[in-house]
Structures are given as C-alpha cells and as structure tokens.
Design a protein around this ligand. Structure first.
Ligand code: ADE
Length: 229
C-alpha cells in the first residue's frame, strides 16, 4: 500500500519508522511518503494560512498550497486514491473503516491545522480521489497529525503480513463488535491476586465460554452503546 501524508509538521511522522510499521516499511508492505505543505508555497514566508472571510477567530489554511500538494501526490496514481482529511467534523473512524481502508492501494492523508482548511479544497480533492472526512472521536485536537498517526497504525496493522500472527487480529476489541476479554500470564498468583481458575483448567470449551461471557460483561459495563437494544 502507498500512503502519502501532507502536513506542516512532517517530522511528527518520524515515529512511523519504529516498531511494527517501521518493519512493514522496510519490507516494502507499506510505502509511506511524508510531504511538507510549505514546499508547495511560493512566497518568502512559506505562508499556508490566512484570515477567514466573514470574520471570526483563528486562521484558515489557504487553498493554493493544498491544490498543488494534492496534484503532486495523486499525479502518478494508478488507481483512484482515497483522500482522508482528519477532522472533528468528520464521520467517526472505526475498526470497520480501518478494515475497508486496509484493502486500498493508495491512501492520501491531508492534515489540517488552525481553524481548518478552505472548504473548496475538499471539493477539488473529490476530483482527484474518493474523499473521506474522518474523526478520531468527539474531542478536538490541535491538528490532524496525531489523528493520522492513529489511523495509519490502525489501518497498517490490518494489511496482510504486517502483524506476524493474523490470529491476534481476530480476537481483539471491536473486531466482533465487543470489547476484548481480559488476559493473564504467569505467575498464577501475583501480589495476592489470582488468575481466574478456569484459565488453568485446560478445558478449552470452558475457557472459550468464560472469555465470551467476559466480553459481554465488559461491553455492558464500559460500552453499552456497542450492544444491540
Ligand atoms: N483534528 C482535530 N481534531 C480531530 C479529531 N477529533 N479527529 C480527527 N482529526 C482532528
């Protein structure tokens, strides 16, 4: 999969070099390109923002550098890319969307800052690819960078070969609509706390039933919104 990220803070994405995704980049499963939006400006101050028409607080990202950056990163696209703009005003990013996006050949992420990007950029981008505005959750970050880091990790680990043991992807929170069951390792007794005896029983059926029950119990307690009415 090819991933292009456009941002005014490109060094934030240095962190993608480490861990699992770093390995996926080295092995060629992930081809990630980070672009500095200011490289698409033409003035001495490399200006990317301006005051909003109609007044109001804050600054808005100018359309011109975005137009040039999006032209550049979609120029040699073989297939129509998905162009993601992280935004608190977007559709909620979920495991389902991560799965969908993990099957794409080319993803482009445009990181907004300040009060947002000039609205015409989204319309223009729709002529270059399939645009999605995605929100990490109902809170506001200073910009899209941290959201893109989270999305790239959630998507990247679903690409076949990125996570060593594919079974570990199946039994985790949100894959079956429930929260994950609790996990324990040795020692069986630690600081007066015991591992649930069923896990030491060797009875695979009983273990599976206990884990399922735990999944429902946790989901009921912590995330009742995930359960059907
Ligand atoms: N940018 C600012 N806040 C955000 C959020 N909650 N999700 C995605 N992108 C954002």
């Amino acid at each position: 999969m090819r991933i292009d990220v456009v941002s005014i803070f490109p060094t934030i994405f240095d962190a993608l070099e480490v861990s699992l995704l770093g390995k996926a980049r080295q092995s060629g499963l992930l081809d990630v390109h980070i672009h500095d939006l200011r490289d698409y400006t033409h003035d001495r101050h490399r200006t990317v923002d301006d005051t909003p028409y109609g007044g109001g607080a804050g600054m808005v990202m100018k359309p011109e550098p975005w137009g040039e950056a999006l032209d550049d990163v979609t120029r040699d696209a073989e297939a129509s890319p998905v162009i993601v703009f992280p935004s608190p005003a977007g559709e909620r990013f979920t495991q389902k969307i991560a799965r969908e996006l993990s099957t794409e050949q080319h993803l482009v992420f445009g990181c907004g800052r300040y009060e947002g990007i000039d609205e015409r950029v989204f319309d223009y981008a729709a002529g270059l690819g399939r645009v999605r505005l995605l929100s990490l959750g109902d809170y506001v970050l200073n910009g899209g960078e941290v959201a893109v880091m989270a999305m790239v990790e959630a998507i990247g680990r679903l690409i076949p070969g990125v996570v060593g043991n594919p079974e570990s992807l199946v039994e985790e929170s949100h894959e079956d609509g429930l929260l994950e069951y609790p996990s324990f390792t040795k020692p069986a007794s630690w600081r007066g706390r015991e591992v649930p005896p069923v896990l030491l029983s060797g009875n695979h059926g009983a273990v599976a039933a206990w884990r399922r029950e735990q999944q429902f119990e946790r989901t009921r307690q912590r995330r009742p919104d995930l359960l059907p009415d």
